[in-house]
Design a binder for this molecule. Structure first.
Ligand code: SF4
Length: 256
């Protein structure tokens, strides 16, 4: 496989990883890599070879002779005290994250959604499928559409159930560490991308639960799960006011 100039940089950093449903698999290096690791390995070797050839052709110095590399390698190892301080800061940061009300809500949501789906997912699917029937009346057609919607909603909430907390964790960690902003535009900070994805997932799962609640046993719980996501979304919007402005490569920008 040749290197593909159509691949979009960082596209897989801000997607829902649902490749089966993704319209941009042909623009995604991660998808290609995961689909065919052997070819990627061959590709990596080819890139390395090409870089070496280029270096020789341009008579570039050996990488080790680069001043910035020397500078980097001359950074002293942290002392024991420094390392202790770094470890303490790391553990404090993780403890703060675990006690963040948004993180607690998202983690609880994951567990509740998983439990509900385990208990009632199949039942809801069967109930919806049983009510759907062939027939060419407008009512039957509407019913079939609704059943398809419910089945899709079940798939969506299942897919998102763990992802929401994972993306929120990345957003909160990134913001706390203040890392990952490669752009002058503050909205393009990495944590805003993760927060935006959290919002999009929460939004579609919330809609999913509201539809499921119309068909499911224990529909009160399904409604509560939708409400939990609505509240979480409001909190995330407040904590990441620029998140909606983040442009996700490939998904939010015009395709060349
Ligand atoms: S961008 Fe699409 S193809 Fe690539 S990892 Fe994400 S969902 Fe999968």
């Amino acid at each position: 496989m040749a290197w593909d100039p159509d691949h979009i940089d960082l596209i897989s950093e801000y997607c829902d990883r649902w490749c089966e449903r993704c319209p941009l698999t042909h623009r995604c290096a991660a998808y290609t890599r995961e689909s065919d690791p052997a070819e990627i390995e061959a590709h990596s070797e080819a890139v390395e070879k090409a870089m070496e050839e280029l270096r020789v052709e341009l008579a570039l110095p050996e990488p080790a002779a680069q001043p910035w590399l020397e500078e980097l390698s001359s950074v002293p190892e942290p002392t024991e005290a420094d390392q202790k301080e770094l470890d303490r800061a790391y553990h404090d940061g993780r403890a703060r994250l675990r006690s963040d009300p948004m993180m607690i809500a998202a983690s609880d949501y994951s567990i509740d959604a998983y439990t509900w789906l385990k208990l009632y997912g199949d039942l809801t699917r069967e109930r919806a499928a049983a009510l759907s029937h062939d027939g060419d009346s407008p009512e039957a057609a509407v019913l079939r559409m609704e059943v398809e919607g419910v089945l899709d909603a079940l798939a969506v909430v299942r897919w998102d159930s763990m992802l929401i907390a994972a993306k929120l964790r990345r957003a909160l960690t990134g913001k706390a560490d203040g890392e990952g902003s490669f752009d002058d535009d503050a909205a393009q900070a990495d944590w805003n991308g993760s927060a935006k994805l959290t919002l999009l997932l929460a939004q579609r799962s919330e809609a999913g639960w509201r539809l499921i609640a119309r068909w499911a046993p224990e529909s009160d719980i399904a409604t509560q799960l939708a409400q939990t996501l609505a509240a979480l979304r409001a909190d995330v919007e407040r904590a990441f006011p620029l998140a909606r402005r983040f442009v996700r490569p490939g998904f939010d920008d015009p395709q060349p």
